[in-house]
Design a protein around this ligand. Structure first.
Ligand code: ZN
Ligand code: ZN
Length: 290
């Protein structure tokens, strides 16, 4: 028997909505007021935005959303590894016990994203043992824009592959973590959402119905039997990764047609798309079942 592919995506071409979940403003250490930050992302053509000031919920209800869907959030910062509180009904105390923090966020109907694990001079803002120990978070930032100009690495697909290889179901997010003008529009998440309603966008994020990008736009992701097809008009190459980060296939061109080998014992495969310059897109993992 071949393997059954569990895809988080809806068949077909979308609808795709683009957003950033990690934005600082003058309410913490960002350079723009909340309204100016909203205006800047709206001007870039974004569909949704979360303002995530440090240990503070910046109110968004009175801002002009400029056509975007605004998500309430903050970045839980003090006393431990940083994490995004998505859909924040109220501020959660940044206790050193991060599991207690995650449990509280979930009890309040929110989601947690573990931030920039490879930030800082030692490339280890959040140790892998902590990522492995903590339970209940929705995903990790596999790309954090501001770390392009800070110490460490913006990329954390190494952390993601280690978690996925252990059977963890965590999604990969790409967020600007914008503090200054140069940080805006570096990377984003593109969700397949039934509508622009915040509930639908959050549901898509929770279910992994999105991809992360730093410039490659995926048009279509389709799973048929043992095959995964990805079409991305501005992609030049694709890498298919499986357990422990191994590369299962590397191809050139704007289209990938990958067949999971019958005998493969992998837990998952995930696809990286490479475009002009350093641009990339990352699909969520496709989990494989017997
Ligand atoms: Zn942070
Ligand atoms: Zn931040």
């Amino acid at each position: 028997m071949g393997r059954v592919i569990e895809s988080p995506y809806l068949p077909g071409r979308g609808p795709w909505l683009r957003g950033n979940l990690h934005t600082h403003t003058t309410e913490s250490d960002g350079n723009l007021s909340p309204q100016a930050a909203v205006d800047a992302y709206a001007a870039l053509g974004y569909d949704f935005l979360m303002i995530s000031d440090h240990d503070r919920i910046t109110p968004v209800d009175r801002l002009d959303p400029k056509g975007m869907t605004l998500v309430r959030g903050n970045e839980i910062t003090a006393n431990g590894p940083h994490m995004l509180h998505v859909n924040a009904a109220a501020k959660v105390e940044p206790l050193p016990d991060r599991q207690a923090v995650i449990d509280t966020v979930i009890a309040m109907g929110g989601m947690v994203i573990m931030n920039h694990p490879n930030w800082e001079a030692h490339f280890n803002h959040c140790d892998q043992r902590i990522l492995e120990m903590l339970r209940g978070y929705t995903g990790i930032e596999i790309f954090n824009g501001v770390t392009l100009r800070a110490e460490g690495s913006p990329l954390a697909t190494n952390r993601w592959d280690m978690l996925l290889s252990q059977g963890r179901r965590v999604w990969g997010f790409a967020n600007d973590d914008s503090h200054d003008d140069v940080d805006r529009g570096v990377c984003w998440n593109v969700v397949q959402s039934a509508s622009r309603d915040v509930k639908d966008i959050l549901e898509a994020l929770r279910c992994g119905r999105f991809y992360a990008s730093s410039g490659v736009a995926i048009d279509e992701i389709r799973v048929e039997g043992p095959r995964i097809r990805v079409l991305a008009q501005n992609a030049q190459a694709f890498h298919v990764h499986c357990d422990n980060g191994c590369m299962a296939l590397r191809v050139s061109g704007p289209e990938l047609d990958f067949e999971v080998p019958r005998g493969a014992a992998w837990r998952y495969v995930r696809i990286e798309c490479f475009g002009p310059g350093a641009s990339q897109a990352w699909t969520q993992p496709f989990f494989l079942h017997s």
